[in-house]
Design a protein around this ligand. Structure first.
Ligand code: SF4
Length: 446
C-alpha cells in the first residue's frame, strides 16, 4: 500500500441504478470475463460471468435467433437465456452486460438485438447494460471513470495469464499442471481486484504483486522446452478466437498436434479503438481540441498501467513481445491500409504479417462463418504469404457445426513443419529454451 493510502472505497450507493442488481458478463474469454466481473464487485455491484457454454447454449442460441446473426450473437444469446432458465431467476434484479461499438460490422446491433429478443419472449424486465464511448459510459453513473480504468487493468492482466498458459502448456510434463496454474492465477487476480482499495496506485501495486505470484506459479510447472515445436500465430475475429467453446478449443487441439500458439489478445482491440478515435478526431479537424487531449491522456495512462502489469513477465516473454498498435498498422499497410479499411481485418492481417516476420511457423485465422472480417482477410492472405516466404495461412470458420477440425489441423501442421525448415525469418527464444545443439531439452528454471 503506498504511503498515505487510506483504503478509500468507491462502492455505489443505494440509489445507483445498479444497486440490488446482478450483472452477468458474457464469457467471451474465460478469465477475462471473471476479472471484469470482479471489477464490478470491487465497485459494490453484484456481478458474475455467464456459466460455461454447453450444448444447451447452442440449442437456445438457435431457437432465439433466425440465422442471419453472426455466431457470437447466437452463443451470447444462448448463454443469457440459460441464465434466465436458472431456478430462482429474478428478471427485475438482472442485468445483461452487452457492450456496443460503432463500426462496419454487425457487432453494433448485438445490444438492440438482445433487448428485442428478450422483449419478444416475455423477458422485457431484464435490463441491458450497454456502456459506450458515444455516451461517455454514462450508463455507469459516477463509477464510470474507476470502472474504465480498473476494467482496462483487468483486461491486460487476464490477457497476460492466458498468454503465459499458451507459453507453458505445450511443454508441461504433468498433464493439467499449466491449466492448474492458470486457474489459480485467475482466482488470485479476481480476488485481488475485488479486494483492492480505490486508490489507483494501491490497486496497481496489488495487481503487479498478483502477476508476480502468477509468474512464480507458471515457473513451478515442470516443463521441457523445445525449439523445434512450431509456433503458430492465431488471429481473427475477437469473440470466436477468444471463446474456446465457439472455436472448439482449437488452440488445445493445435497443441495436441505438437504446436505452440500465440493468440492475439483483447487489449489489441482496445488499443485499436483508441487509435481510431484519434484518427477520426484528426479527420474532423478536431486534433487540437479538448477531446484529443482527453483521449491522449487516457491512452497514456492505459499504457503506463499496462507497462507496470506486464513487467513481472518481461523476462519470461522475451521473444513474445506484443507490437505497438501502430506497428500492426504498418505491417497491414501493403494489404489493408488502416486509412481505408475499418475493423478487425486490419488487425488480423497486420498481426499475421508481424508474426510471420518474427519467425512464426504458420498463421491461423479464426472467424465465425459469414464474418466479413475473415472473408476479406482470407482474400489478402495469399499475397501476405507470398511476401513472407510462403508461410502457411489457413482460415477456420465456425458456426457450431465444424466437423473436420482435427483432420484439417493435422494437415495444416504438416505445412507448418515444412515451412519451419526453410523460413527466411529467425525466431527469438526466451532464455529457458535450450540453445541449438544442446542435447535434449532443458527444464525451465525461471
Ligand atoms: S466481426 Fe464478424 S462475427 Fe463479429 S460481430 Fe462483426 S460481423 Fe459479426
Amino acid at each position: 500500500m503506498p504511503n498515505g493510502c487510506r483504503h478509500l472505497s468507491r462502492k455505489i450507493g443505494p440509489n445507483h441504478p445498479l444497486a440490488g442488481k446482478t450483472v452477468y458478463i458474457p464469457t467471451m474469454a474465460e478469465g477475462s470475463a471473471d476479472a471484469f466481473a470482479a471489477v464490478f464487485r470491487w465497485l459494490g455491484v453484484n456481478a458474475t460471468s455467464t456459466p460455461p457454454s454447453n450444448e444447451r447454449t447452442r440449442e437456445l442460441g438457435a431457437k432465439y435467433t433466425n440465422g442471419d446473426e453472426c455466431y457470437p450473437a447466437k452463443v451470447t444469446v444462448g448463454d443469457f437465456i440459460r441464465v434466465i432458465e436458472q431456478p430462482g431467476f429474478d428478471a427485475k434484479r438482472t442485468m445483461f452486460f452487452m457492450p456496443t461499438a460503432e463500426g462496419p460490422c454487425r457487432f453494433g446491433q448485438y445490444a438492440p438485438f438482445l433487448a428485442k429478443t428478450l422483449r419478444d419472449n416475455g423477458y422485457g424486465d431484464v435490463q441491458i447494460l450497454s456502456p459506450t464511448s458515444k455516451n461517455s459510459y454514462t450508463d455507469l453513473g459516477e463509477i464510470s471513470t474507476p470502472f474504465m480504468r480498473a476494467g482496462w487493468r483487468a483486461v491486460v492482466a487476464a490477457d497476460l495469464l492466458r498468454k503465459a498458459l499458451h507459453r507453458t502448456r505445450p511443454y508441461e510434463l504433468v498433464p493439467g499442471a499449466a491449466d492448474k496454474a492458470y486457474q489459480e492465477s485467475v482466482a488470485d487476480l479476481c480476488n485481488t481486484i475485488e479486494k483492492s482499495c480505490a486508490d489507483n496506485d494501491c490497486q496497481l501495486q496489488a495487481l503487479v504483486a498478483s502477476m508476480a505470484r502468477a509468474r512464480e506459479r507458471y515457473r513451478r510447472v515442470p516443463a521441457l522446452f523445445d525449439r523445434t515445436v512450431p509456433l503458430i500465430g492465431v488471429v481473427g475475429e475477437i469473440y470466436c478466437r477468444m471463446n474456446t467453446f465457439s472455436n472448439d478449443d482449437l488452440i488445445r487441439k493445435l497443441e495436441g498436434y505438437g504446436a505452440e500458439a500465440w493468440l492475439s489478445d483483447i487489449a489489441e482491440w482496445i488499443q485499436y479503438t483508441n487509435a481510431e478515435q484519434l484518427r477520426k478526431l484528426k479527420l474532423r479537424r478536431r486534433y487540437w481540441s479538448l477531446a484529443t487531449v482527453k483521449a491522449k491522456l487516457r491512452w497514456h495512462i492505459q499504457n503506463s498501467d499496462e507497462h507496470a502489469i506486464v513487467k513481472p513477465f518481461k523476462e519470461d516473454f522475451a521473444g513474445y513481445e506484443e507490437p505497438d498498435i501502430y506497428e500492426v498498422f504498418e505491417c497491414a499497410q501493403p494489404y489493408l491500409p488502416v486509412t481505408g479499411v475499418l475493423g478487425e481485418m486490419v488487425l488480423s492481417v497486420g498481426k499475421a504479417a508481424y508474426l510471420a516476420s518474427h519467425g512464426a511457423d504458420g498463421i491461423i485465422d479464426i472467424s465465425p462463418f459469414t464474418c466479413m472480417n475473415g472473408i476479406v482477410s482470407e482474400a489478402v492472405y495469399p499475397k501476405l504469404s507470398k511476401d513472407h516466404g510462403g508461410i502457411p495461412i489457413r482460415n477456420f470458420y465456425f458456426d457450431g457445426t465444424q466437423s473436420d477440425l482435427d483432420r484439417d489441423l493435422g494437415i495444416y501442421m504438416e505445412l507448418a513443419r515444412s515451412y519451419r525448415e526453410k523460413k527466411p525469418y529467425t525466431r527469438k527464444f526466451p532464455h529457458y529454451f535450450p540453445k541449438p545443439g544442446e542435447s535434449g531439452v532443458l527444464e525451465k528454471t525461471g
